[in-house]
Design a protein around this ligand. Sequence first.
Ligand SMILES: [Zn+2]
Length: 302
Amino acid sequence: MRRNGTLILCYHRIAEGVEDPFFLCVSPGNFATHLEELTRAREPSTLADISVPSRRPRVVVTFDDGYRDNLTNALPIAESKGVPITVFVTSGILGNHNGLWWDRLGTLLRSRPPHVREIDLPVGSRNVRLPLGSSGIRADLDSVRRHLLPLRVTEIERALDAVSEHWQVGSAPPPDAGTLTSEDLRRLAASGIATIGAHTVDHVRLRDRPAREQQDTIAGSKAELERSIGRVVSHFAYPFGRRDDFDDRSVDAVRSAAFDTACTTIPGTARSWTDPYRLPRRLVMDWGRLRFRVQMQRWKLG
Ligand SMILES: [Zn+2]
């Protein structure tokens, strides 16, 4: 354990042939390949085992956000390869057909009327006007997303509604970017191979919010998910998860809510001395076998 450490991988979606402006998708074929490569080199494990010593280096496979393809595409592959997965679910998506706001933003920007060259975002009592269309949709998405990120999710949704109305275009997320329903979540939890973890109620960037709001969205997601699946939810992942996306108040709130571990997206390998409330993870992209092998070698050294 001390020498080898535990590699914790972060996936979001298992899908192909879909709109993927934020590079969240790994194809089913590549995911199966990743699991084959992982099990050759490492012991597939869960976050519950992270502090228990092991002779072989370990790997934990996690998913963030709560996309429906975690159930329909990822689970059958994980089952066939015998690799446990942990799915961190944004609890507010259960029964919410709006899905995740960045998918709505993607729809909006893709359906921008051709004569429109700017976007007006109502941000609190101000209006923020941003230019669009000069360097492609990817740049537009990044620029708008950056302005929305610090807001409360209700404010983000209101801003997207306002743009949708102003442009007279729909903003529903693509059908293939569907999120888990309560029934889906129960099926995942009942599979025996998936562990359900929490990812806040609303996927807000925590460090921008006061302590009280952080506690509510962190503890609230635990309570909602536990109610839904009828078992204790012991693991948490910080939304976005980089060093500047959460702060010490977030870590305190996770500890007070009685979670056992919390995952970040800060790169690294978990060691026996790593703070269980700041576990590092490696983001995985849609890599084929050779590229994935190279990455595994790099992660081993990093
Ligand atoms: Zn997330």
